[in-house]
Design a protein around this ligand. Structure first.
Ligand code: NAI
Ligand code: MG
Length: 491
């Protein structure tokens, strides 16, 4: 396992010498250590990224030259897929097939933005049609600058890819700080950059804690744009730090996404998507459909089936075969999730299944998949992100009631609708206040499609061309083309 920082194309020690224990959440063992970077390390990394942007070849290259690097990175990630997925499981705890899925998506993200870098070579100039024909004008986009990327622990390598790939494609340079709980696959990006001979300073990986390394990155005057995924309170700190220097900012924050199951749904199919929507990745998913609204006509039958299927979920070490639910990422997260379930009970919710530490483990942060019913509208579990395998359920009577309940949230990341009536699906999709709407499914994510939220779920969109545009600045270039003098002073 790598235990150094990757700055300016070199592997270096952290300046303070302080190290962070990397813990396997299935065994609670410390199996690696990485540097806890301080503000000076961040300053070095930003300096390297600044130099690579201001004086280096990267932003000046043709898109197709950058595309070749990105494609080579994608290929290297694919070649190392199994190994990278195992590191992700040791670090994060998720089941190995899900980790392999993530790493496949990481490679796909690099390939997609390689294509985009090439396509934008053609599209980056847009002629503006002016009414005043004495002038011609065009809009061009140019690389934005140095990016400070901060990512969470739930999809460690993938969330980093969502920042690194579009930023590099767009001609930016980046300093990326992974979460302190899951730093290892982020460091592998350094090795991958070495393998493809990425110019020094274009990509820098600095491990460290949020309040020190993270905050230093937010505050650094050499950073032009902050790209963040994580919690709402930290997202608010990102915006506050950005405000001083008017740094560009994009935020992908949390959610409490509703899943609306109408009475005409196929119950078996709905149960499967509902389970996937809240139990994959142990429910540690920003877009998890954690508020379940089920039409009263099928409520009892649906819950019976959901509870029966949930009881069959296999829990264990993500490296073992046939495991569907691994441990939560850390002791802190584990305690927080159990506390939220306890609070739910105090607030009057009833436990249909789960609710406790999973049985049969001496070690590891295992929580049973949990279904809470009769959940009061004012309770913590109904309104707040739990970020664990916990779904809160309520019945509804009418479509308009379901839409009203779904929208009654400070979040607006995603929402899912289950119905056979496609007219209704379209109508409800139009009324839901969320950045991502899933019809007859939950959670599928596509590199081509915009990803991000309404309200407190964030600002801006990642992925697709929107993700690329996050890392470009827009310039208007206007020419006076008339052969008559302008005539302001000479008249
Ligand atoms: P967090 O938002 O504090 O951590 C995410 C990243 O931000 C990490 O890299 C962390 O080191 C960094 N960070 C923390 N404080 C910072 C600061 N002052 N300046 C710069 N960077 C900073 O989230 P945390 O504490 O790990 O998890 C708490 C809750 O946040 C979870 O229970 C969940 O509800 C939510 N969360 C949401 C995620 C999402 O994908 N939307 C991902 C992770 C957590
Ligand atoms: Mg860990």
């Amino acid at each position: 396992m790598r235990n150094k920082l990757y700055i300016d194309g070199k592997w270096v020690e952290g300046l303070s010498g302080e190290m962070i224990d990397v813990i396997n959440p299935a065994t609670e063992e410390v199996f690696a250590k990485v540097p806890a970077a301080n503000a000076e390390d961040i300053d070095k990394a930003v300096g390297a990224a600044r130099k690579a942007f201001d004086n280096g070849p990267w932003p000046k290259m043709e898109g197709r030259e950058r595309a070749a690097y990105l494609r080579a990175m994608g290929k290297r990630i694919e070649e190392r897929l199994k190994e990278l997925a195992r590191i992700e499981v040791l670090d994060n705890g998720k089941p190995l097939p899900e980790a392999e899925w993530d790493i496949g998506d990481v490679a796909a993200c690099f390939y997609f933005y390689a294509d985009m870098a090439e396509r934008e070579d053609i599209k980056q100039e847009e002629i503006i049609e002016l009414q005043d024909k004495r002038f011609t004008s065009k809009a061009v986009t140019v690389p934005l600058g140095v990016v400070g990327g901060i990512v969470p622990w739930n999809y460690p390598m993938l969330m980093a890819a969502w920042k690194i790939a579009p930023a590099l494609a767009a001609g930016c340079t980046i300093v990326l700080k992974p979460a302190e709980q899951t730093p290892l696959t982020a460091l592998e990006y350094g090795a991958i950059a070495d393998d493809v001979k990425l110019p020094a300073g274009v990509l820098n990986i600095v491990t460290g804690f949020g309040s020190t390394a993270g905050q230093a990155l937010l505050d650094h005057r050499g950073v032009d744009k902050l790209a963040f995924t994580g919690s709402v309170p930290t997202g608010s700190k990102v915006m506050q730090a950005a405000a001083r220097d008017i740094k560009r900012v994009s935020l992908e924050l949390g959610g409490k996404s509703p899943f609306l199951v109408f009475e005409d749904s196929d119950i078996d199919e709905a149960v499967e998507w509902v389970m996937f929507g809240i139990f994959w990745n142990q429910g540690q998913v920003c877009s998890a459909t954690s508020r379940l609204l089920v039409h009263e006509a099928i409520y009892d039958k649906f819950l019976e089936k959901l509870a029966a299927e949930t009881a069959k979920i296999t829990i264990g070490n993500g490296l073992d075969e046939g495991i569907l639910l691994g441990p939560l990422v850390s002791e802190k997260q584990y305690l927080q999730v159990l506390a939220a379930i306890g609070q739910g009970k105090k607030d009057g919710a009833k436990i249909l299944t789960g609710g406790k530490r999973a049985k049969g483990f001496d070690k590891g942060y295992f929580v049973e998949p949990t279904i809470l019913v009769d959940v009061p509208l004012t309770s913590h579990v109904w309104n707040e992100e739990i970020f664990g395998p916990v779904v809160a359920v309520r019945p509804f009577e009418t479509e308009s009631e379901a839409v009203h309940l779904a929208n009654h949230s400070r979040f607006g990341l995603a929402a899912a609708i289950m119905t056979k009536d496609l007219k209704r699906a379209e109508r409800v999709a139009g009324q839901l206040k969320a950045g991502i709407i899933w019809i007859n499914c939950s959670q599928p994510t596509f590199v081509e499609a915009p990803w991000g939220g309404f309200k407190q779920s964030g600002i801006g969109r990642e992925l697709g061309r929107w993700g690329y545009e996050n890392y470009r600045e827009i310039k208007q270039i206007t020419s006076y083309v008339s052969n008559r003098p302008w005539g302001w002073y000479s008249k």
